[in-house]
Design a protein around this ligand. Structure first.
Ligand SMILES: Nc1nc2c(c(=O)[nH]1)N[C@H]1C(S)=C(S)[C@@H](COP(=O)(O)O)O[C@H]1N2
Ligand SMILES: [Mo]
Length: 348
């Protein structure tokens, strides 16, 4: 793993080592804002309160005996690839703040239905057990918990689970033990780890992590309005070759990578350019694209005999017709970075 930050530890999956569709647990990237809470599964409770018929406290045992559901999802941090933006502040992620796992848990809807949702309910706030002080301005005073809300309709959808297993193993402390949300198709910030409380509210939640941080400016023709970051945007990345790699002139090199998109579409196709974006050829998808998870792809490059620097690019398009843009949209600041990323290599 590539260590991007210490305490809290932020670990990047070395994307150049991408091999399998499922990311092994010890290679799954870690993104935490505060030190990892060490929770005890025995005494831990999930509190459910707010606009519900009966507020509850559920033990791990009670959750684990409810009907389970599994989801295979790719999770990408909204700040992944930030290193490609000029002088951007924040964790300097390159390509590997993205990973794929099979999660097992209970649908969030099942827990909410158990508590009984009142008619005035509008959103559900998911709160983690981790807390601390924010360093950068603007910031609230004192310690705050990590929390995010989902509109009720999203919270009740079948792509949201409260997970206690990752690739068949109990969650590790870093990935949210004992229980975390998985919001399939959204950037990682929605998948709250170390869940301790679900609060149903009758208003829009304007918490720190969806107004100041993990938010962007949306323009619908007119003035910009502040919106929480939600769905992942269509994206592809080249795992191999990696930046500045040397490649033998006249050989055949399999360019290899992954592509993924948001919750409303699947990957349709991936194109590759070996001449800095002038011409494009179609890559082969190595699996049938599935909703919520990446697809691995490959492109056989007949490396020219001419020794010089070449610029490789990949560009994905999804079934909704969305394609990766050429440039980063600055209304997204240092998040949602899905523009076509160049990889320069040395042919010798
Ligand atoms: N409680 C809590 N949940 C959290 C976070 C956090 O700091 N605290 N980080 C979020 C972000 S920004 C991401 S990208 C994902 C990362 O999940 P992972 O560490 O399992 O990869 O967790 C999300 N859930
Ligand atoms: Mo993130």
């Amino acid at each position: 793993m590539i260590l991007r930050e210490r305490n809290p530890d932020n670990l990047e999956f070395p994307f150049a080592a991408l091999e399998s569709f499922i990311t092994p647990n010890d290679r799954f990237y870690v993104r935490s804002h505060f030190p990892t809470p060490r929770l005890d599964g025995e005494s831990w409770r999930l509190r459910v309160d707010g606009c519900v018929e009966k507020a509850m406290e559920l033990s791990f045992e009670q959750i684990a005996t409810m009907p389970a559901k599994s989801l295979i999802t790719t999770m990408e941090c909204a700040g992944n690839s930030r290193i490609f933006l000029p002088k951007a502040k924040g964790v300097q992620w390159e390509l590997g703040a993205t990973s794929t796992a099979e999660w097992l848990g209970v649908p969030l809807s099942a827990v909410l239905n158990e508590a009984g949702i009142k008619a005035e309910a509008l959103e559900v706030v998911l709160e983690g057990a981790d807390r601390g002080e924010i360093k950068d301005e603007p910031k609230p005073a004192g310690d705050i918990a990590y929390s995010r809300s989902l509109p009720l309709e999203k919270a009740m959808a079948d792509n949201v689970i409260l997970a206690y297993k990752m690739n068949g193993e109990g969650l590790s402390a870093e990935h949210g033990y004992p229980l975390r949300a998985i919001v399939a198709g959204q950037y990682g910030m929605a998948s709250v780890k170390w869940l301790k409380r679900l609060t149903v509210i009758d208003h829009v939640f304007n918490g720190y992590w969806q107004t100041i941080d993990y938010a962007y400016w949306e323009r619908n023709g007119g003035e910009p309005t502040r919106k929480p970051i939600t769905d992942m945007l269509v994206k592809s990345e080249i795992a191999r070759p990696s930046m500045d790699q040397r490649i033998v002139a006249g050989s055949v090199y399999p360019i290899f990578g992954a592509a993924w998109t948001g919750p409303e579409a699947e990957i349709d196709h991936v194109e590759v350019s070996t001449d800095g974006g002038r011409s494009w050829g179609e890559a082969t998808l190595l699996q049938k694209p599935q909703r919520y998870s990446w697809v691995l792809w490959q492109y056989e490059w007949r490396v020219p005999p001419e020794a010089r620097t070449y610029t490789l690019m990949s560009r994905a398009t999804d079934t909704a017709g969305e394609t990766q843009p050429d440039k980063h949209d600055s209304d997204r600041a240092t998040y949602m970075i899905n523009f076509v990323l160049p990889v320069t290599v040395e042919v010798r």
